[in-house]
Design a binder for this molecule. Structure first.
Ligand SMILES: *Cc1c(COP(=O)(O)O)cnc(C)c1O
Length: 445
């Protein structure tokens, strides 16, 4: 089937203009379509599971603003709450009842944290959690895993060097080497490396931070056993375990990955879904740990717009929907049916593709591997397949995040009809991908 490229005239014009204002024409680099075809699409509006770009093209959206929009775009409950709150003004820099309301909603339905602090982004939540762990343990080093993203805070913009256990090498200019020296980086799913790190840096590691469901570099699903091992090792070594649940929090269940795996971390960070599409992040822990935060404790952390009433309103409205009975079961069964149908098509055609899925998160990996648990197990060459796949899907009215390393999300707004249409678009697109890029299996024939 021959499908015409979508028109991008208006988006291209806006992009040219944007390039004169912003570095690379964008306010966040992932938006720049660097690893897929064409100029970025400028989005004009979204409703439910659909978005429209400046040229009037309509897409079924599986990016969902990179995760926050679990109810889809412009959900009436969220929109109405925000509109209502705004009638009273937008920011006071003083406490409001709305902060209590959102906190109560979260804390009474999440047994893993007793107190919470609202901030304005996931990055800020992680940055604060790290400071809290350092302040609490009076240690400086932190340990992270290659392939986990924790926002753009200095201490975590580091990647593994060569070798089993390494000090991080900065992955961004502007991060002092001395900062990166405080961060140890090891591979996911590697118990040996973890034990060696604890032996080598005895009594020095303040915290281990992990995305318990790593979803920023493919979907690198970990086994419960490995996460439990982290928990046990942290407890034995006086190290805090931080679950960065900025994506997984409220996504795989109201209690996120902690609830799913039944593991109690020391600190949990949230973002994305918690703000209903508004800029909100949060970190939470036991009351004893949280009371180390200013103004009661010595760890300083503040924010002019923290707990902003409009953002709190959006969070309250969104999380209230998530607490309705059956919400997550329905989302998951819808996603599983969608993924299974595609996986069946792939099997029938003999294509080399594996869709990794957990709850309503999915990731297309152009690979024959049954499991991918570490970043270095991803075949970089397979991204060539994704590039064509992405272009063909856009031409067929389906929007995925513009990188093969990004996961997709299904929202409660995706209808059976949306998913039927998307499946057909995916089948067509896969045919084209494998026509132009023979799969390794086909090549071997
Ligand atoms: C998105 C994300 C962040 C950063 O959140 P921002 O709101 O973009 O600053 C941190 N950690 C994880 C796991 C994320 O997915």
């Amino acid at each position: 089937m021959q499908v015409k490229d979508i028109s991008r005239t208006k988006s291209a014009e806006l992009y040219e203009k944007a390039k004169t204002f912003f570095p690379g024409g964008v306010n966040s680099p992932v938006r720049a379509f660097k690893s897929v075809y064409g100029t970025p699409l400028f989005i004009q509006k979204g409703n439910g599971s659909h978005i429209w770009d400046a040229d009037g093209n309509e897409f079924i959206d599986f990016c969902g603003s990179w995760g926050p929009l679990i109810l889809g775009h412009n959900h009436p409950a969220v929109r109405e709450k925000v509109t209502e709150v705004m009638q009273n003004g937008m920011s006071f820099g003083a406490p409001t009842a709305l902060e209590n309301e959102l906190a109560e909603l979260i804390l009474t339905n999440n047994k893993f944290i007793e107190k919470i602090r609202f901030v304005s982004s996931g990055t800020e939540a992680v940055m604060s959690a790290i400071r809290l762990a350092r302040g609490y343990t009076k240690r400086d080093k932190i340990l992270k895993f290659e392939g986990c993203y924790h926002g753009h805070t200095d201490a975590l913009l580091v990647k593994a060097g060569s070798g089993l256990i390494t000090f991080g090498e900065t992955s961004s200019a502007g991060v002092p080497k001395s900062f990166a020296d405080e961060t140890i980086v090891i591979a996911l799913n590697d118990k040996d490396a973890l034990q060696k790190a604890f032996a080598e840096f005895k009594d020095q590691i303040a915290a281990i931070i992990i995305e318990p469901i790593p979803a920023n570099n493919g979907l690198l699903l970990q086994e419960q056993d490995f996460l439990q091992f982290l928990r046990d090792q942290c407890s034995q070594n006086g190290t805090m375990l931080i679950f960065d649940e900025v994506i997984s929090g409220f996504r795989v269940g109201f209690e996120g990955a902690a609830g799913l795996y039944g593991i109690q971390p020391d600190i949990i960070t949230y973002g994305k879904i918690i703000g209903g599409g508004m800029p909100v992040g949060a970190y939470g822990a036991s009351a004893a740990i949280m009371d180390n935060i200013s103004p009661v404790g010595p760890v300083y952390q503040a924010g002019t717009l923290s707990g902003n009433p409009v953002a709190m309103g959006a969070g309250i409205a969104q999380l209230t929907e998530l607490l309705k009975p059956g919400f997550y079961q329905e989302l998951e069964s819808k996603t599983t049916a969608f993924v299974s149908a595609i996986q069946q098509y792939v099997a029938d055609k003999g294509y080399t593709l594996k869709i990794f899925q957990l709850g309503s998160i999915f990731w297309f990996a152009f690979t024959g591997q049954e499991h991918i648990r570490r970043a270095d197990e991803i075949d970089a060459a397979s991204m060539a397949y994704f590039k064509i796949f992405h272009r063909e899907l856009l031409n067929r009215g389906v929007y995925l995040g513009p990188s093969g390393y990004e996961v997709g999300f299904i929202s409660s707004a995706h209808t059976m009809d949306d998913l039927e249409k998307t499946k057909l678009a995916i089948f067509d697109s896969l045919d084209i991908v494998y026509l132009s890029q023979p799969s390794p299996k086909e090549r071997a024939l």
